[in-house]
Design a protein around this ligand. Structure first.
Ligand SMILES: NC(=O)CC[C@H](N)C(=O)O
Length: 361
């Protein structure tokens, strides 16, 4: 028997999934029906235990192509039922085999609806996964003591990577825990991409002669990395910038706005977002716990471009005079609906406009 114990004392008894090692982290839920491979390898889930609300996970196995990072960074996985015999022509391993291979613990067979409702009302909670015979109170105390920090430092690559691309314009991607999908979309726009570690100084970024800067997604609280915020501000004054998720939050902080933690965040592939100027709604892929505080935007030069249709939270920002924009959701859609990929076209157009170039088809 394996159990999940939350910091509020709730106990969920189920069966083992993945590694036998004890797991601990912040328990979050994701409403995507598919895309578990991309979700498990998204570095933004660092130190989090992911509960999938869809009841059958793993039915098409794990393949060699759909990774968002070389290794998974999440702390655990919770499913109602993990498929034992996945069926897909690209499948190479089962979910259970792959979790074992990467030493990630999980639990299956618990009431994931009950857990999700508990998080929706009580907020994101810390929890532990264990096989041990420790008492519930001991496990609860362990859960309440879970502390995460240094998440970006732990997931960002420690060196530069160069992706030649086919275009004339060079983008420096600041890697706070970047998903492969972002790099693929930049290359599709024919940008040359240089990804740099999260703590690269603005001066070192500028020495690479970029035509624009992409601020990636990443784990944790954006306020944990004030040194990165300072560098973003310097870059935003001189170059076109596009920020995604953590990158969006860092851009807001760089201009003096504030961020706060949401009760349970947004995670899934079906979040409706309204573009205020056109009134058009896009269905988006999301994975975040923090949000930009609307009241804090006054006087920053940043305006709200997109809002979440469900709860009205800020989903996009645009600067009133500088060539900068950002979104809280995931236009790279890995996994998720691809309709927001147009934002990468808009970034290309912005970079070309700023550099005086023309777009080559
Ligand atoms: N996907 C992301 O970049 C997440 C951003 C941030 N860690 C949050 O949870 O809000």
């Amino acid at each position: 028997m394996r159990k999940l114990v939350l910091e509020n004392g709730a106990v969920f008894k189920g069966k083992a999934l993945g590694s036998d090692q004890a797991g601990q982290g912040e328990v979050v839920f994701n409403t995507s029906m598919t895309g578990y491979q991309e979700i498990l390898t998204d570095p933004s889930y660092r130190d989090q235990i992911i509960c999938m609300t869809y009841p059958l996970i793993g039915n098409y196995g794990i393949n060699r192509d759909d990774f968002e990072n070389i290794i998974p960074h999440c702390a655990g996985m919770i499913v109602k039922k993990a498929a034992v015999h996945p069926s897909h022509f690209r499948r190479e391993r089962t979910l259970n085999e792959w979790l074992n291979h990467h030493n990630i613990p999980g639990i299956q067979g618990i009431d994931t609806r009950k857990l999700t409702r508990m998080i929706r009302t009580g907020g994101t909670m810390r929890g532990v996964l264990s096989d041990s015979t420790e008492s519930v109170e001991e496990a609860r105390l362990r859960a309440a003591a879970v502390h995460s920090g240094d998440q970006v430092r732990n997931v960002s690559a420690s060196q530069q990577y160069w992706y030649p691309g086919r275009g004339r314009h060079r983008i420096v991607l600041i890697d706070y825990g970047a998903k492969k999908g972002i790099i693929s979309h930049l290359l599709k726009q024919e940008f040359e991409v240089i990804s740099v570690p999260w703590n690269t100084t603005a001066e070192d970024v500028l020495s690479l002669s970029p035509d624009g800067v992409m601020l990636s997604n990443g784990p944790g609280d954006p306020q944990d990395i004030p040194e990165a915020v300072q560098q973003v501000r310097k870059l935003a004054e001189v170059l076109p910038v596009f920020g995604i998720c953590l990158g969006h939050q860092l851009l807001a902080l760089a201009f003096g706005a504030d961020t706060e933690k949401m009760t349970f965040g947004h995670r899934g592939g079906n979040h409706p977002v309204r573009h205020l100027e056109s009134g058009r709604v896009a269905i988006t892929s999301q994975n975040h716990s923090y949000t930009v505080r609307e009241a804090s935007l006054a006087g920053t030069g940043l305006n709200v471009s997109h809002v979440n249709v469900n709860d009205g939270s800020i989903e996009g920002l645009i600067h009133e005079s500088l060539p900068l924009f950002s979104v809280q959701y995931h236009p790279e859609a890995a996994p998720g609906p691809t309709e927001s990929a147009v934002l990468f076209d808009q970034f290309k157009a912005l970079v070309h406009e700023q550099t005086g170039g023309t777009i080559h088809a």
